[in-house]
Design a binder for this molecule. Structure first.
Ligand SMILES: Cc1ncc(COP(=O)(O)O)c(C=O)c1O
Length: 490
């Protein structure tokens, strides 16, 4: 069969000719104007008919041959591949938008589709969770990075557990500074704390298992457990975090035999309570008796200002059911996406295997840079400097709130971390957050940290990434909003 005339092909000036010719030829094949077995004119004739160069035509015909749309037969010419189905619909016919029926999502995909997308968005002064990035020792970091950049052996694969020298440096640091009992063999490097929690959820939970979470608590942890289709139970809370006495007595919770409990005992997130040593020991006891895994998220305990950092729960006794996790998001910077798990030694292999299923290896060059950053003493120096800096910022923000907003606001005074939670009773804190954002400031609504039934409203203000001026401006803006707007009636 001979091809029809190509004189209706049209070309515009703003796209490469090659691309346009290829698209028009494939369109004709898709729509059946060039049916299977049709013989195309020679490249010379086609070029003359379309008034374009023969070279362009040859390149396009060769490309369509290699994709299987055309077939060249020695001595006979170029044909539309005879085995192409006649009812093909090309990409332009497939409705990838809302109109066409797409294959179905999984139940998890459907569930996610119904939940709002919560991205970090623009980082503003007071956005929680952001360290003082401007004070990061860029020079030392870049020096180490340059040193490693050209190392060929950092450009391939290494291992799912994480770079050996980083695990060694980290185990030394965790032993000395956080009281964690660990060897490098127990450490698994992860893509931030989020992957660490997700791995725990995958390895330790079955669908429908009960998981105890702090209420209020960390949304990222709740997400990871919900993704595993676990049932969340809110833990009774007291002044300093979880209320162990209430937990021990709660027959309802104990009868549900929680498989896992997520805790932030050395600095409760987001209210900041420090669980006293006696309570931490009781928690270990309770978990051992209940056969409940404890996931200890030690996300920012480096930053305690008026006493030494509180040692981790994990190191308080031997043979504990604790999985310890940490992240470099606060101690270095969030974009690193590096965190770590310390698991009981018999569990190391299963976690490494799980990581090979979920995300695979962590970036090797970054791990090597962090290893030397720790090993050469920059990490400890940086933490020491940040502790003093954040202490000043915390004190400044606290006194501003006390001086300017003492009537409306109650700072929840836990002298640690990188954020301050403030309680503003009976307000619509989501609206307050939005109004504050319109003035150029970030924050999180306190009510959004609750698993269920918020009992507090207010804001969580990250102060680490603010300047003195921004703190003053921010508190003034908050005062103005609270003075003008009747938040209770919104
Ligand atoms: C309680 C808690 N854990 C862990 C993290 C760190 O998460 P990632 O390492 O995924 O950045 C955060 C960050 O905000 C946090 O608030």
């Amino acid at each position: 069969m001979e091809a029809p005339s190509f004189s209706s092909f049209a070309f515009c000036a703003d796209r490469p000719l090659q691309e346009q010719l290829q698209q028009q030829l494939t369109d004709w094949i898709y729509t059946g104007r060039l049916s299977p077995g049709t013989r195309l004119p020679s490249s010379r004739r086609l070029a003359a008919e379309l008034n374009i160069s023969r070279n362009t035509v040859t390149i396009v015909l060769d490309q369509l041959k290699s994709e299987g749309f055309l077939e060249g037969i020695q001595g006979k010419g170029v044909f539309v591949a005879p085995d192409l189905p006649t009812d093909i619909s090309g990409p332009s016919k497939v409705n990838w938008g809302h109109k066409g029926p797409l294959p179905e999502l999984s139940e998890f995909g459907v569930y996610l589709n119904k939940t709002p997308l919560t991205e970090h968005g623009k980082i503003l002064p007071f956005t929680p969770g952001i360290p003082d990035i401007a004070s990061f020792p860029q020079k030392s970091w870049l020096q180490i990075q340059r040193r490693h950049q050209s190392r060929i052996n950092l450009m391939g694969y290494d291992g799912n557990q994480g770079y050996g020298p980083l695990r060694e440096a980290l185990s030394e640091y965790l032993k000395l500074s956080r009281g964690v009992r660990c060897t490098p063999q127990q450490i698994i490097i992860t893509q931030g704390a989020q992957q660490a929690i997700s791995l725990c959820a995958q390895v330790l939970l079955n669908e429908g298992d009960s998981v105890l979470v702090e209420n209020p608590g960390y949304m990222g942890a709740r997400k990871a457990f919900l993704a595993r289709r676990a049932k969340l139970i809110s833990c009774p809370m007291g002044e300093n975090g979880i209320d162990l006495d209430a937990l021990q007595k709660n027959k309802n919770i104990n009868a549900r035999q929680p498989k896992l409990m997520y805790v932030t005992p050395t600095h409760q997130y987001p209210l900041g309570g420090i669980l006293p040593a006696s309570q931490r020991l009781k928690l270990l006891d309770w978990a051992s008796q209940q056969h409940t895994w404890l996931i200890e998220d030690d996300y920012d305990s480096e930053f305690h200002y008026f006493h030494k950092p509180i040692a981790a729960l994990q190191g308080m006794a031997e043979e504990t059911p604790v999985i310890y996790m940490g992240s470099f998001s606060k101690t270095l910077f969030p974009a690193l996406r590096l965190g770590y798990l310390v698991v009981p030694e018999p569990l190391a292999k299963v976690f490494i295997k799980a990581k090979s299923f979920m995300g695979g290896e962590s970036p090797l060059l970054t791990q090597a840079v962090v290893a030397d950053f720790i090993g050469e003493g920059h990490f400890i120096r940086h933490l020491r400097k940040m502790r003093l800096l954040y202490q000043d910022k915390w004190q400044h923000l606290n006194s501003l709130l006390n001086n300017e907003l003492s009537e409306q606001v109650r700072p929840i005074l836990q002298s640690a971390g990188m954020h301050l939670a403030i309680e503003i009773p009976n307000i619509d804190d989501q609206t307050l957050k939005q109004l504050f954002q319109q003035q150029g400031f970030g924050s999180s609504a306190l009510s959004s940290y609750f698993n269920e039934n918020p009992t507090m409203t207010g804001l969580v203000l990250g102060f680490a990434n603010t300047t003195e001026h921004q703190r003053e401006q921010g508190v003034a803006a908050l005062k103005k909003i609270l003075d003008i707007e009747d938040m209770r009636s919104i």
